[in-house]
Every structure is written in structure tokens, then in C-alpha cells.
Design a protein around this ligand. Structure first.
Ligand SMILES: [Zn+2]
Length: 502
């Protein structure tokens, strides 16, 4: 690790060992007037590796702060390949321990941002370059989505923590092995009508509107408004965790959260009605709230489209948390990190799926094994050629293998045989794997990842940027945030909330 730190102006020197002038070689003392105080331009050079100590990594001053500072970590691998690198507090500690100098949090924060840009080869003040990077499509087409993936897209917005603020909008699908399959990323000033509308318009370029397509999100009003405008045929569902979170927040202590969860997961209408009735008895206000949230949007058996077992926006949240550190970077390094992450995921999935020799993907095979165990002691009776009555713990279900339905509702909803269908298929000695949807086959799984996610493989001066993009003047937004400490929101799980509500 190498750190090079330069100060300009009145940084209080509390016993630093080296005082170096910016305009000279860094190992010369800058205290030429011998008054024991640092000169106007003071550079401190810090290195844990002494042999590299005399490498000057760069110079940088910030005109808009009184005591600017630079920290470069170009030689280390920090901030590359998804590594987190030093956090502002680490930088403060390093400088304090090594030199006895105190940096403010914002100095360390600015330094880190500068270092990230340097490491990733991003010139400063490059806001206008964003558009030029964006015209480079890194993925040839979103073909994987149409190779039999579940037509459910989970969308979510999250804050960016770079100095220009803004939000990142994410849209992701989930593949047949329950892995995230990101569709689109967008960066906007905030989550408002026009940004969500713009984002859905961009998605629509690659994912067409379709009655079999579903979107899952939180209850952000701009999301529903934009979807109704742009994806007219698709169905919109809301994240059940989000809904339960609100129930707990606004209707505390009623103990209804578990019931809401059960009602939302009901596969049959009667089952839903039973739970919903109980909710309304305990708390009529919650009942009203849930009706206001539109039953067809949060109850599985009332949902008009297919959502399979996807009833939360967890998938999008996982992407956001995988990008926790890059979300602190400025836009191009952020995009670069996203591209890197996708390249890595695609390679991992290609290798994993190539190894799968069983008839279904790993996660679905596991699911089926669990269901085999659960249905072991069921009794089945044949009704028709492929129709069976299955007696399970005193409740009877009717399975139609050919039509891929079971009166429990799970078979047709998830497109994977439920425990009753599995038991039935076993008893009549038929191959149960033919009753799982093709999207769960290793062949489909491999097809999703056939494409590669490519970096921009040519130097900047050879980029073929269209004239109108080249000519566009893109300025950073005016909402520049003071680079102070940003409090990270503690991630509270739904389980935490349910626990807290009791
Ligand atoms: Zn069933």
C-alpha cells in the first residue's frame, strides 16, 4: 500500500516526521523557513512499503475547501474488482497513526473518491463523459431473458452516495436456479415520475410489454404510475415485505404481521379469505390499509399474472447491497463496477450450469428433494389416467399431471410439481421431471448465460461516439452534497420487524 497525501494551507501539524514540499521531490523537508510550522504547500508521503516511498503518485488540490488533501492508492489493488479499499475512517486512522495529522472526515472522503477515480483511470470532472460511456453497449442483447426465464421483473431504487447524490434504479429477473439476472441499471436525480418513466421506457426497448410479464416493487407511487403508462398489459405486484413493514410501522402491536404474511402467500382463495377475515377482526384499520393496497397486487392467489415464488423485492435489494461500496463512487466507476460484477456473475453461472448433470437446476433439484421427503407418507388413489387423489395429513388434493395442476394451487403457480404431484407421479411410475417447466432445465440455465458481458475494449480516442453525443454538454446536477459522513441505513429484515411488533 502506498499513500501520498498533500496538504495545502493551514493543516495543523501535530508532530509529523516528514514535511515535504509539493513542488519538490517528496522526501525533502518543506519546512524551509525553519519556524517549525508547515509551509503553505505541504506534502506528506506515507508508505508502508519503504522501497516504494519515493514514488510520487500524483498531485491534487481542491480549491473549494480550505484544507485540501489527497490520498492516492494507485499501487494497491484497492477499489479494483469489487474490493472495498480503504474507507474514509481507515484513511483518517492511517494518517493519524503514521503522521499524527488529523484529517476531517470530508477531506478523507474527497481523497477516497479521487483515489477511486485514479485507480479506475477516470479523469476528474468527467461528468460529461458519462454519456460517452453509456453509448457503449456492454451486452449485445438481453437475449437470456427470452430463453425461458420467469417473466417477473423486480424493480427498486436506492440512494447513491457520491457527491452528486442521485438514485440508482435497478431491474432484475431471477433465473431458473434462483440467481439474480440483472436487466437494467439507471441513474437518476431522484425517484420521481419522470425518472421511473424514463427507466421503464429504456427497459421496454429490450423487454416488450406482455400480459405474461409481471413487475414487483414497493408501493412507490411513481412506479405504479409509470408502469400503468408504459407497460399496459403487464401485471404489477407489490413486495410483501414492504407491505408487512408498513403494517408493523403504522399498526404496531397488533400481532397481525404473521397473518398478513400468510394471507399473501395463500395459494387458494378460501385460505386467503380465512386469514384476511382474521386480520379484519383483530384490526379493521389494517384491513382497510391492505384493501387500499389492492388485494390483486399483494395476494398470490389473486394476482393476475405469474409471479412464481417471487413475492418480494429482495432480488433488487440484493443487487443494491452487492453494490454497497461502488454506490459511493462517482458514476463511471460505479458503472464500471456493475459491468465487472456482471462479467463475473455470468462466468460463474456458465461454469456452474455446465457442471449440472441432473435433469433440473441445482436449486430446483433441492426443492424437489425436500418435497419428496414431505410427501413420503401421503396416499394416492388413481382417478383418471394421469389424475390422482392424494391424501395428505387428513386433507385431500386432486392432482392432474397432464394439465400440471393440483388443488393445493402450488403446482400451477410455481410450475414445479408440488409434494402431492410428486407423490402421485411416483405412485404411477411416471417421470416426474417432465412436469417441471423447461425454464428449470440446465439447458435453459446455460442458455441464459451464453452471452458475455464485455468491457469497453478500446482506448478512449478510438471510441466511435455519435456526433450528437460528442457535442452534448452534460453538466453535473447542482445538488452537490457536502462530502460529510453519510449514515448507512441499517438493514432491518422483515423478521426483525415481526419480532419487534410482538
Ligand atoms: Zn399440491
Amino acid at each position: 500500500m502506498n499513500l501520498c497525501v498533500t496538504f495545502k494551507g493551514g493543516v495543523e501539524d501535530v508532530g509529523s516526521k516528514f514535511k515535504l514540499d509539493l513542488n519538490k521531490e517528496p522526501w525533502f523537508s518543506s519546512d524551509e523557513d525553519g519556524d517549525g510550522r508547515p509551509n503553505e504547500n505541504l506534502a506528506l508521503f506515507v508508505g508502508t512499503d519503504d522501497t516504494k516511498r519515493n514514488v510520487v503518485l500524483g498531485k491534487k488540490t481542491f480549491d473549494d475547501t480550505k484544507t485540501p488533501v489527497m490520498v492516492l492508492e494507485r499501487r494497491s489493488k484497492n477499489y479494483e474488482g469489487g474490493l472495498e479499499g480503504h474507507k474514509p475512517n481507515d484513511i483518517i486512522n492511517i494518517i493519524r497513526t503514521e503522521y499524527g495529522c488529523d484529517l476531517t472526515y470530508s477531506q478523507a472522503w474527497e481523497s477516497r473518491e479521487y483515489a477511486v477515480n485514479e485507480v479506475r483511470g477516470i479523469p476528474e470532472n468527467s461528468y460529461g463523459k458519462n454519456t460517452k460511456v453509456l453509448v457503449h453497449d456492454t451486452r449485445s442483447e438481453s437475449g437470456g431473458f427470452y430463453k425461458g426465464m420467469r417473466k417477473v421483473i423486480v424493480v427498486d431504487g436506492t440512494f447513491l452516495k457520491n457527491k452528486y447524490k442521485g438514485v440508482m434504479l435497478v431491474a432484475t429477473a431471477v433465473d431458473g436456479n434462483s440467481n439474480l439476472y440483472p436487466i437494467a441499471f439507471g441513474i437518476a436525480d431522484s425517484e420521481n415520475d419522470s425518472s421511473w418513466e424514463w427507466f421503464f421506457e429504456q427497459i421496454k426497448v429490450v423487454i416488450r410489454d406482455d400480459k405474461d410479464l409481471s413487475f414487483i416493487s414497493d408501493r412507490h407511487v411513481s412506479i405504479s404510475k409509470s408502469l400503468e403508462k408504459i407497460y399496459l398489459l403487464s401485471t404489477h405486484g407489490i413486495c410483501i415485505h414492504h407491505l408487512i413493514g408498513n403494517v408493523i410501522t403504522y399498526h404496531k402491536g397488533r400481532g397481525v404481521a404473521d397473518l398478513v404474511s400468510r394471507a399473501s402467500k395463500a395459494y387458494r382463495v378460501a385460505e386467503f379469505e380465512k386469514h384476511f377475515g382474521e386480520i379484519c377482526n383483530i384490526s379493521p384499520v389494517t384491513g382497510e390499509y391492505l384493501e387500499d393496497a389492492q388485494v390483486k397486487k399483494w395476494v398470490r392467489c389473486h394476482f393476475h399474472g405469474y409471479r412464481y415464488d417471487l413475492n418480494t423485492k429482495n432480488a433488487a435489494e440484493s443487487i443494491n447491497s452487492a453494490l454497497r461500496s461502488p454506490r459511493e463512487y462517482s458514476i463511471i466507476p460505479l458503472l464500471d463496477s456493475i459491468r465487472e460484477m456482471l462479467t463475473r456473475w455470468f462466468i460463474e453461472q456458465r461454469e456452474l450450469s455446465a457442471k449440472q448433470k441432473d435433469p433440473l437446476t441445482v436449486k430446483v433439484e433441492n426443492k424437489i428433494s425436500r418435497r419428496i421427503g414431505k410427501g413420503k407418507y401421503f396416499k394416492s388413489y388413481r382417478i383418471g389416467r394421469n389424475i390422482l387423489q392424494v391424501k395428505a395429513n387428513r386433507v385431500d388434493f386432486v392432482v392432474d399431471l397432464e394439465r400440471r395442476t393440483c388443488s393445493c394451487g402450488k403446482f400451477q403457480m410455481g410450475k414445479i410439481p408440488c409434494r402431492h404431484a410428486i407423490k402421485g407421479a411416483f405412485d404411477i411410475c411416471t417421470d416426474l421431471y417432465r412436469y417441471a417447466d423447461d425454464m428449470y432445465s440446465p439447458t435453459s440455465w446455460r442458455e441464459y448465460y451464453e452471452e458475455t458481458v464485455n468491457p469497453i475494449g478500446i482506448p478512449e480516442n478510438e471510441w466511435g461516439v455519435p456526433d450528437h453525443i460528442e457535442a452534448a454538454k452534460v453538466l453535473p446536477p447542482e445538488t452537490r452534497r457536502h462530502p460529510g459522513r453519510q449514515r448507512k441505513r441499517r438493514h432491518e429484515t422483515v423478521e426483525d420487524k415481526i419480532r419487534a411488533s410482538h
